[in-house]
Design a protein around this ligand. Structure first.
Ligand SMILES: Nc1ncnc2c1ncn2[C@@H]1O[C@H](COP(=O)(O)OP(=O)(O)OP(=O)(O)O)[C@@H](O)[C@H]1O
Length: 368
């Protein structure tokens, strides 16, 4: 009898390839809307190259009119690409017929900003709808819907109508309905934009649970950077119909390359000087004054007692002016603004010690 196969280098590599394999791939995708009544055509998307790895949560962020809705609508056939190709699970969907899309959409759930529930149907019947349309037997539908309502925490609301629910509860129904056909991909179109911050957090936690526990890949579009920070493994920044930056959320947030990205992430990573000091900031050191440094922490360093270590190493007083520590895609990241005595040896010694601790530091100015 053959010995059971052990994992070898090849199967490990295959597993890694599998993990990175895109479930959705955009290849040079463009979308031009024909101009209406003598208007010029509108180029909504141009040269979009984007991979959505299987099992990941990928966010696309951009301002109003950047092309986000058009991009996500291409993935379930609500819009058709004008150029390029879109592959879903290796199937080129660019030229699919409407009948082809009907089958394909069963593998792609979608949730919406305004929930799009049927007001005349109960919670149970809203969730059951995609299964009824797909011809699932009634007995099977009941079991499936019960499970989904348990998952989204609405088992006790099954006989309620949408008008009797809060926004967060409506979105939970939307999520249950989108998962009814057991899709591999969930598309989220500004799913939390109509919700208050606390409800947003609970819906994001549910989406993360759906991703991690059911293995559903999530592609979401949003104009809210906290949404990306909270749950996305990867982020693409879109502007004027083009992706201007794309990568792992933590990398993009901590080292933004494009000015648009920098502006977005500033809102969640930036730290500002107190107003009374901001006005006093000068480019040159002031005699007897202080130098203001921005220190950036990430990963393991973000939770280390850096300031006390630094103070002990260089033997000078470090005054904390402002700071923020947060988690980006689950990893700690922080910024501190500190003041140290101006001139040498203080500044040089502190910068040297920070480098030794693998922390990023920059002088942002001087105060009297
Ligand atoms: N059906 C359409 N016909 C003509 N132009 C369109 C159509 N749909 C979108 N556009 C245009 O395409 C561009 C991108 O629009 P899109 O709705 O994708 O942006 P968005 O980033 O989702 O914006 P918002 O957040 O405001 O919804 C805009 O200039 C928009 O006016």
């Amino acid at each position: 009898m053959n010995a059971p196969l052990k994992p070898d280098a090849f199967s490990v590599a295959a597993e890694i390839a599998q993990a990175a394999e895109p479930i959705i791939r955009f290849e040079k995708v463009g979308k031009v809307f024909a101009g209406r009544r003598g208007q010029k055509p509108v180029t909504a998307l141009e040269g979009i190259d984007l991979d959505v790895p299987r099992g990941a949560i990928v966010g696309v962020i951009g301002r109003s009119g950047a092309g986000k809705s058009t991009l996500i609508r291409l993935v379930n056939g609500l819009e058709r690409a004008s150029s390029g190709r879109i592959l879903i699970e290796d199937e080129d969907v660019t030229g699919l017929t409407e009948a082809g899309w009907r089958t394909r959409r069963r593998a792609t759930g979608m949730i919406f900003q305004h929930f799009n529930l049927l007001s005349s149907r109960t919670v149970f019947d809203n969730v059951a709808l995609p299964l009824e349309i797909g011809g699932t037997p009634k007995a099977e539908i009941a079991g499936r819907v019960e499970k989904l309502l348990d998952l989204v925490g609405l088992a006790d609301k099954r006989e309620r109508y949408p008008a009797e629910l809060s926004g967060g509860q409506k979105q939970r129904v939307g999520i249950a309905r989108a998962l009814a056909t057991d899709p591999k991909v969930l598309l989220c179109d500004e799913a939390t934009s109509a919700l208050d911050p606390e409800t947003t957090q609970s819906i994001l936690a549910l989406l993360k649970q759906v991703n991690r526990e059911l293995g559903v890949t999530i592609l979401l579009i949003t104009h809210e950077i906290p949404v990306i920070k909270e749950i996305c493994d990867r982020v693409a920044v879109i502007e004027g119909g083009r992706i201007v930056e794309e990568g792992e959320t933590f990398e993009v947030f901590t080292r933004p390359q494009h000015p648009t990205t920098a502006r977005f992430v500033e809102a969640v990573t930036g730290v500002e000087l107190p107003a009374h000091l901001e006005g006093q900031l000068r480019e040159t050191p002031q005699a007897g004054g202080s130098t203001v440094l921005r220190i950036t922490f990430s990963g393991a360093n973000a939770t280390a007692p850096v300031i006390s270590r630094l103070s002990a190493t260089v033997g000078i007083d470090i005054n904390i002016l402002a700071g923020r520590i947060d988690a980006i895609a689950g990893k700690p990241f922080g910024s501190l603004l500190v003041a140290i005595p101006a001139g040498e040896p203080g500044v040089g010694a502190v910068l040297g010690a920070l480098k030794g601790l693998e922390l990023k530091a920059e002088v942002i100015g001087h105060v009297a």
